[in-house]
Design a protein around this ligand. Structure first.
Ligand code: CAA
Length: 400
């Protein structure tokens, strides 16, 4: 797939691959078992300049786009899916600032994210509002002095327990339908900001996922994203459009990593006096796995390029690559366990972790059911442009 990437992105991919092989792979299973944040790995990513890839140059970043972000996520996830999201979630949390932040907010928050000194997360979901993101209940009420008082909680906040900063969505206008939400940039040392229950997870165990609680958390308008209320839902959706290719890249990296192990194992494992890679049923599995990984990769790169080019239909492409790549990851990682047979099911072998890590990619940043709904809604809108084809469809006039 080299031909699909510009030279600068290929160089970045090499840099990410080197860090992933040197620091991530040898430690991946240790942090999976411990379920602890790998601070040494985060430092290695920061030292290699990877935490600044998507941040504009004027704020201390490399000025890369979503395509650059995706190749880094892919390389990290190929070695550890948890590390892939530990990295990518900083882009998810900081995209709202890039999309809508004031100059002051960008100046204050982006440089320390670029150096890796500060970690950021994204707080949208709540116990009763997962897919129905517009239905959140966390409230930000005017404090009578030009600021807000925030009360409520967030659920499944990936990286939240480790993050210094969190982009949080709250209701500022309960009576409005389309301008109900606003985003706030909250810092962990603020009074009334508390990390609650931390989840015990199936996969991505090196990155903490937890609840956040806000009890009379008072903030000035400098914490309101963009300085204007009412645009929170729109900014959340625009953020997810830009971040979903990253989840797809995490999934595709996991699939590639599991395939790499399955290939090595299949050529070494002997049964009936031959390597199992000589059996046609195993060959069919390997061929299908590799083809689906390549198809996912092509779709992700294409969607990421659409985002970077500011395409008008990026919502559809982001959703397509998210559900396709994550479904491929679940299938490929499950089949990698199958190729390993009984060994594959055991924790002493590498592939079961890939399967566990892959599952969440079908769920977070919008379930794959929601992604299909988003794609279908967009297709139905686009159907209007094809209306001239209707004359070739012989539906009787009285049924039209
Ligand atoms: N870009 C810009 N604006 C958008 C938009 C987009 N992609 N999608 C919708 N909007 C706008 C619409 O134009 C509309 O604006 P008006 O009211 O002005 O017309 C408004 O937003 C409402 O849109 P919808 O009517 O389409 O909203 P809906 O309530 O039907 O919901 C949905 C749409 C697609 C289901 C949305 O709720 C959704 O994406 N849900 C999934 C949420 C999600 O991904 N959550 C994951 C959180 S992140 C995470 O997982 C945490 C983590 O830590 C990794």
């Amino acid at each position: 797939m080299e031909h699909l990437l510009p030279k600068s992105t290929l160089a970045l991919r090499e840099r990410a691959r080197e860090v992933a092989r040197k620091f991530v792979l040898p430690n991946a299973w240790k942090y999976d078992r411990l379920q602890e944040y790998p601070w040494e790995i985060k430092q290695a990513l920061a030292d290699a300049g990877l935490m600044k890839v998507w941040i504009p140059k004027e704020y201390g970043g490399e000025g890369g786009g979503v395509l650059d972000l995706c190749v880094v996520v892919e390389e990290l996830s190929r070695c550890c899916g948890g590390t892939g999201v530990l990295f990518a979630v900083n882009a998810l949390g900081s995209f709202p600032i890039l999309i809508a932040g004031t100059d002051e907010q960008k100046q204050k928050h982006l440089p320390p994210i670029a150096t890796g000194e500060k970690l950021i997360a994204f707080g949208l979901s709540e116990k009763n509002a997962g897919s129905d993101a517009g239905g959140i209940q966390c409230r930000a009420e005017p404090d009578g002095e030009g600021g807000y008082v925030i009360n409520g909680e967030k659920k499944w906040n990936t990286n939240g327990p480790a993050a210094d900063l969190n982009t949080i969505f709250a209701v500022t206008d309960p009576a409005s339908k389309s301008r109900r939400l606003s985003a706030f940039l909250l810092e962990k040392e603020m009074e009334g900001y508390k990390v609650g229950y931390i989840e015990d997870k199936m996969g991505i165990r090196c990155v903490p996922v937890g609840e956040l609680e806000f009890n009379n958390c008072r903030v000035g308008t400098e914490h309101l994203l963009g300085g204007k209320p009412g645009l929170g839902f729109k900014h959340a959706m625009m953020t997810l459009d830009r971040a979903r290719p990253g989840v797809a890249a995490q999934a595709m990296g996991l699939a590639q990593g599991a395939l790499d192990f399955a290939l090595v194992y299949a050529t070494q494992r002997q049964q009936f006096g031959k390597p199992i890679s000589s059996f046609q049923m195993v060959q069919k599995m390997l061929a299908d796995m590799a083809t689906k990984v390549e198809a996912a990769r092509a779709l992700i790169y294409s969607a990421a390029k659409a985002v970077d080019a500011g395409a008008t239909n990026l919502t559809k492409y982001a959703a397509m690559c998210k559900f396709y790549a994550t479904d491929v990851a679940m299938e490929v990682t499950t089949n990698a366990v199958q190729v390993f047979g009984g060994y594959g099911y055991m924790r002493d072998y590498p592939v079961e972790k890939y399967m566990r890590d892959a599952k969440i990619t079908q769920i977070y940043e919008g379930t794959n059911q929601i992604q299909r709904l988003v794609v279908a809604r967009n297709l139905i809108k686009e159907a209007a442009e094809l209306s001239d084809l209707a004359e070739y469809i012989p539906i009787p006039e009285h049924l039209r």
